[in-house]
Design a protein around this ligand. Structure first.
Ligand code: SF4
Length: 361
């Protein structure tokens, strides 16, 4: 294929994507094959135009509270897997979590993201009343929507969490390739994890799905992942680069390429134009934020207050205690990208509109 024909074809894919036409797997693979500057610029510019159409220049900010690093599972990519003796373990008290959430709310975040491993304290007896109380207390103390990432919980627990005031349920497959899933999440049930997201949606929660990038997958594998994520129809979609973790089976695996992650963000923006797509501070820290926003992200996740003894997920300490994961630290980057943080009311409106749309679907 001549360079001219290849360029024309890219132009037509981007035009159709911007017009809202669903792309085929082959077209997604074509976008994933972009390496060269001009094509990359065209992809990212299209992604930014689509973002502007749906959320203007507004960006939502998520405060992150990793409340327990204990987990019953043994995911190969995760620092907090149960058999990692080098993992930092802590379990924050109810009062600690509410206190940190208040600090985050006062700093100007729009949502509190309560994340945890599948902590045996809750999972051994399937008793989640304490977690539901915590969601209720955080909701009341901050007057903000709460996202909960408890791991794989059953229908009753999802209803309990919704009843306690949770707005969001985040639960990531990380891959839609079943063989790879079994390899990186040994002993876990692929279908049950998918079904939990469908159930969460049925009980009225917004849902987030996510994939890891950089585990040796081909562009065709990534394209299939993206198509499967679209079929799940979640409200927020995220991609994060694989980061090798000390003490895990994948420690010697090379890290994912952040440039691929950023390109996938741009493609996600074209495929899921009206959804929320995060730029996470958990991979490249503050230094990696601009690239992710320039690719069309409209949420900044993993804002963590310094000095509270809290960890990140993929980067356990990066930029936390030097206060580079705060609202104040991201504001200049937003300005540099021609963006601004939304108001609390704007985020609340987005959440309520989306819940209404899901109810009507
Ligand atoms: S990814 Fe989640 S479920 Fe898996 S080991 Fe880590 S904390 Fe546990």
């Amino acid at each position: 294929m001549s360079l001219h024909r290849s360029k024309t074809r890219l132009g037509s894919i981007l035009e159709r994507a911007e017009a809202g036409t669903p792309l085929s797997e082959a077209e997604i693979v074509r976008l994933l094959s972009i390496v060269q500057g001009g094509e990359r610029d065209a992809l990212f510019a299209a992604a930014r135009r689509v973002r502007t159409k749906h959320t203007g220049n507004r960006v939502f900010l998520y405060g992150f509270v990793y409340l327990s690093t204990y987990c019953r599972n043994d995911c190969h990519f995760c620092f907090y897997r149960k058999s990692n003796l080098q993992s930092l373990r802590y379990r924050k008290t109810h009062a600690d979590v509410v206190g940190v959430a208040q600090i985050l709310a006062e700093s100007g975040v729009h949502l509190i993201d309560l994340t945890m491993g599948e902590d045996p304290v809750y999972f051994d007896k399937n008793r989640f009343e304490g977690l539901a109380d915590l969601v209720g207390s955080v909701t009341e103390a901050t007057d903000l929507p709460v996202m909960i990432s408890p791991g794989l919980v059953d229908d009753g627990v999802l209803a309990l969490l919704k009843g306690s005031g949770a707005s969001w349920f985040a639960c990531y497959q990380e891959t839609h390739d079943r063989a790879l899933f079994q390899k990186i999440r040994p002993g876990q049930d692929f279908e049950a994890r998918l079904e939990a997201k469908r159930t969460a949606k049925r009980v009225g929660l917004l849902t987030e799905e996510g994939m890891l990038s950089g585990l040796g997958e081909s562009h065709a594998d990534v394209a299939r992942n993206l198509v499967a994520m679209g079929q799940l129809d979640t409200d927020q979609v995220r991609v994060m680069s694989f980061v090798p973790q000390t003490g895990t089976p994948l420690w010697n695996t090379p890290p994912g390429d952040p440039a691929e992650e950023v390109k996938i963000i741009a493609i996600m923006r074209l495929l899921f134009p009206d959804r929320l797509i995060p730029a996470s501070l958990d991979i490249g820290g503050l230094g990696g934020l601009k690239d992710r926003l320039d690719a069309g992200a409209n949420v900044i996740t993993s804002l963590v207050p310094p000095g509270e003894g809290l960890s990140g997920v993929a980067q356990t300490s990066l930029d936390i205690d030097d206060a580079r994961r705060t609202v104040a630290s991201v504001e200049p980057v937003l300005r540099d990208c021609g963006l601004t943080s939304a108001t609390k009311a704007e985020y609340r409106r987005w959440v309520e509109n989306r819940m209404d749309q899901n109810l009507g679907a």
